[in-house]
Design a protein around this ligand. Structure first.
Ligand code: GDP
Ligand code: MG
Length: 218
């Protein structure tokens, strides 16, 4: 992998249906790295067939998968994006450009596309958490970094410890403490293109996320 490329970490728990579209949308120079987190569908096989590198992470959880992907990456810049088709990899180059302009991390702010069902509890949770990030941590953000780009070594040096859904939030809190310059860009947010939601779309996922968020931010 040449160093000018960007590794795109895709945490995956049963995303075989959405992966082909997500991988087809990878811009030039962005190398997909699927982290298969105990999927019971054909996630790994579909990922390989559509040109992605694949690593496996046995420890369950979004944060465990993301961390494994960042560790496995060999490029100096890494991106992380969901693999459910709700976010568009075409938004990544603009985020990478912010690093070139001096940002330590560039993140997406989800803007709902038509046809999206965005559960009220997920929106409310995000709004409350971001208010806290702005007022208590001085971080000028309006979303919890659903898509992000940073330099790999700096990211690992932050030492994010959460291995479940609190990972992105802990990352933001640690970035604020380290006085990182964090830049937020609007990105399109649509319905997932296949498979089922593991977080905000289910009561169990939402409760786990709320507990994880509260642990990080309280
Ligand atoms: N590896 C791994 N990925 C997960 C886990 N939970 C969610 N994901 C992935 O994280 C991304 C976002 O999850 P998703 O189910 O879309 O959450 P939602 O957008 O809140 O409904 C998707 O790519 C999922 O496959 C998990 O426990 N392990
Ligand atoms: Mg999703």
């Amino acid at each position: 992998m040449p160093d000018c490329a960007v590794t795109v970490v895709l945490p995956c728990l049963n995303e075989a249906e959405s992966l082909p579209g997500v991988l087809a949308a990878m811009p030039t120079g962005f190398r997909p790295l699927v982290v298969d987190n105990n999927s019971t569908d054909a996630t790994a096989e579909v990922a390989r067939r559509h040109g992605a590198a694949v690593v496996r992470e046995k420890r369950p959880g979004y944060g465990a998968a993301v961390h494994a992907g960042v560790l496995a990456a060999t490029t100096s810049v890494v991106a992380v994006i969901d693999a459910d088709g709700s976010l568009n990899p075409a938004d990544l180059p603009a985020l990478v450009a912010e690093l070139d302009r001096g940002a330590d991390m560039a993140i997406g702010r989800r803007r709902p596309a038509s046809g999206l069902r965005w559960p009220w509890h997920a929106r409310l949770g995000t709004a409350v958490v971001c208010w806290r990030l702005r007022t208590r941590h001085g971080l000028p953000v309006h979303d919890i970094a659903p898509m992000r780009v940073a330099r790999r070594d700096a990211l690992l040096a932050l030492g994010v410890a959460d291995r479940r859904s609190g990972y992105p939030l802990e990352l933001l809190v640690r970035a604020a403490a380290a006085r990182w310059r964090v830049v937020e860009h609007d990105v399109a947010y649509g319905p997932r293109t296949g498979g089922t939601s593991k977080v905000s779309g289910s009561l169990r996922g939402s409760l786990i996320a709320a507990i994880d968020f509260w642990r990080v931010i309280s």
